[in-house]
Design a protein around this ligand. Structure first.
Ligand SMILES: NC(=O)c1ccc[n+]([C@@H]2O[C@H](COP(=O)([O-])OP(=O)(O)OC[C@H]3O[C@@H](n4cnc5c(N)ncnc54)[C@H](O)[C@@H]3O)[C@@H](O)[C@H]2O)c1
Length: 378
């Protein structure tokens, strides 16, 4: 077992926010930074006191000292760069989504099997304060039976880099699908999806997608159903990546306003002689959930002041590198520890492929007016 790792962080726009966290992680010996935008790379290297530079991604992959690669490049590159990293014998973490084609997802799964290297989809929504709270409710069996789930991600991406323009909403639906799927504790088996609204013709050109909004029903292997809605353009809605877990005893909801506290609703059975139960809803004060992290990176999980809802992957001040509701240091910690402990990470290739394939096939279903699509086994 290797004691400390060398990690290459590739793609330094959103990716830059992970650099300091790797640098301060006690199980990381060395961090290498790479971006094709050399100015961006240089600025960040200066900030972190890193002197080594690599000319190409291939140079990183051929350096035997580098154990792992974390990709935060545009999603159009994820499949190809992940496959190259695994083929080069590196562990690979990649920001969402895992890819854009079923063939690519299959190949990544085959390669993790063949090489024994780890793949982790760096899904921020599975390490937020809100998710940790719901997960603890599940562990304590507070929901009773989980009866239904709902996930949403509303975000306007106008003026984001070109590759986003007109993207089918469900191609980037992992934030809406991941928390509810972990909560369901089951693989997504099939999806029916519908598109809604009209996207302006200019935006339709790149991906031949006519829809600003897509809404899907997921069927899980254990029989549960979930509804997922995703909007990307021309829809007036405050940004949120939310989820609802409806239980026979209690329900957790975080899906209205990002800045609002989540709520827990308890079902109160009817009193003698009355019809119908009543309910009681309370707002939840979320703790920070930093205690399981190494001390050196706990500050990146601190709630409050570190998150700008208008610019969710930017943050500022002392906790530069924090954001997405405290998730960044947890993602780094899980990826690094999974390698050191020689185990699969929580968000492994099978989970990532199931969620990502569901998004790809949901759009295909929407293009065929809701036709049922079976999700392949990965
Ligand atoms: N919550 C989340 O998990 C979350 C949030 C935002 C973005 N993302 C994902 O992260 C990706 C990147 O987001 P972003 O906003 O930083 O995108 P961006 O397009 O603003 O920046 C991408 C960066 O990658 C660099 N790059 C491009 N090609 C490269 C290559 N071949 N090798 C190395 N570097 C290269 C660019 O120069 C740039 O610095 C998105 O495509 C999306 O998939 C995830």
């Amino acid at each position: 077992m290797k004691k400390k790792l060398t990690v290459a962080l590739v793609g330094l726009s959103f990716g830059g926010f992970f650099s300091e966290i790797y640098k301060l992680h006690p199980d990381v010996e060395r961090v290498v930074l790479f971006d094709t935008d050399k100015k961006r790379e240089e600025n960040l290297c200066k900030r972190l006191g890193i002197e080594e530079h690599y000319d190409t991604y291939e140079d990183i992959l051929s350096d035997p000292d580098i154990d792992a690669v974390h990709l935060v490049t545009p999603f159009t590159m994820h499949e190809k760069q992940t496959i190259a990293a695994l083929e080069a014998g590196k562990h690979c973490a990649c920001t969402v989504p895992m890819g854009l084609t079923l063939e690519g997802l299959k190949k990544i799964c085959e390669l993790t099997e063949k090489t024994g290297k780890n793949y982790m989809m760096m899904e921020t929504t599975l390490y937020t304060y809100q998710y940790f709270y719901a997960q603890q409710m599940k562990e304590k069996e507070e929901f009773g039976k989980i009866q239904f789930l709902r996930g949403c991600h509303y975000q306007d991406m106008t003026k984001w880099p070109d590759y986003w323009i007109g993207l089918p909403p469900m191609y980037y639906s992992t934030h809406a699908m991941s928390p509810i799927t972990m909560m369901a504790g089951s693989r997504i088996k099939s999806v029916n999806c519908f598109g809604s609204g009209t996207l302006n013709p200019e935006y339709q050109k790149q991906y031949k997608n006519p829809y600003p909004v897509e809404t899907a029903v997921l069927t899980y292997e254990n029989g549960l159903k979930a509804e997922v809605t995703r909007s990307l353009f021309e829809t007036a809605r405050e940004y949120i990546e939310g989820f609802h877990v409806y239980g026979s005893k209690k329900t957790f909801e975080f899906g209205d306003l990002d800045s609002a506290k989540p709520t827990v609703t308890s079902l109160i059975p009817p009193i003698e002689g009355n019809r119908g139960g009543t309910s009681e809803t309370v707002e939840i004060e979320l703790p920070g959930y930093a205690e399981n992290l190494p001390e050196s990176i706990q500050k990146y999980a601190i709630q409050g002041g570190d998150f700008d809802p208008l610019n969710p992957h930017k943050s500022w001040g002392e906790n530069w590198g924090a954001g997405h509701h405290g998730s960044h240091p947890h993602l780094v910690h899980e990826f690094v520890r999974s390698i050191i402990e020689e185990r699969k990470p929580l968000i492994d290739e099978k989970f990532g492929a199931n969620i990502t394939a569901t998004g790809i096939l949901a759009h295909e279903s929407a293009m065929q007016d809701g036709k049922k699509m079976e999700i392949p086994l990965f």
